[in-house]
Structures are given as C-alpha cells and as structure tokens.
Design a protein around this ligand. Structure first.
Ligand SMILES: [Zn+2]
Length: 121
C-alpha cells in the first residue's frame, strides 16, 4: 500500500478487521504452495481491502497494545472519578469520564473493556 495519512491508516485498519477477504484465483507453483503451507498467509492482496493481513487473527498481536491502552484509560479515569466525587460534595454533578484528559479515548476504551468482559458496549 502507498503512503497513508493517519486518518487513512485508521480507516484501512478498520476495513481489514471487518473484511471477509476475497483473493484472486491463482495457479500456484510448487514453491508457492510450499510457502502457503509454511506461512498460512495468502500470496496475493485481498481484492476488497488490498491487504494480506487477516483481521480475524488480530487478537493475539493486539493484546499488549490493547491492554496498555485500557490501563492508560484507567489511569486517566481514576483521578477523574475522585475529582467527580469531590465536586459532588459541593453539589456539582459531573460524570467522571467528562473530567478525563481524553474523554473520547476513555469512552472508547470502556466500550472495548465491556466487550472483552462479555457485556454490551
Ligand atoms: Zn480483505
């Protein structure tokens, strides 16, 4: 794939995750069959999303970064929860997430956390 902007990278990754993948029909050489058996990776780009990455297998490599992001969101939300509780004593009502440094990211992380925990987003 050519050079992508960050916005394009986000959209391309989302597309790979959701793509059902359709590969061109190929006549494989013996070497290609061997490569396919050894790697399990397709030998051509998907006709739909242009990637050879299988979004279905993304869970394992994502665990570390996803866990780090969830921890980061927790680090943002914990003091915000204390601040909201302090403000409530003065009669001011705030949702803790609204007091976070990155409320959008924390909301998104909570959605992921609840899905991982088996609840609904
Ligand atoms: Zn695809």
């Amino acid at each position: 794939m050519s050079e992508m902007s960050p916005v394009e990278e986000l959209r391309a990754a989302a597309k790979v995750l959701l793509c059902a993948h359709r590969y061109p029909v190929q006549v494989l050489t013996d070497a290609e069959v061997e490569q396919l058996n050894a790697t399990g990776r397709p030998l051509a780009d998907c006709l739909e999303c242009g990637s050879r990455e299988d979004g279905q297998d993304v869970a394992a490599p994502l665990r570390g970064p996803l866990a780090a992001w969830l921890e980061e969101a927790a680090e943002d939300l914990a003091p915000a929860t204390r601040a909201a509780s302090d403000l409530a004593r003065f009669g001011e009502e705030f949702a803790p997430v609204d007091l976070c440094n990155e409320p959008g990211s924390v909301r998104c992380a909570l959605t992921f956390a609840r899905l991982i925990l088996g609840g609904r987003s």
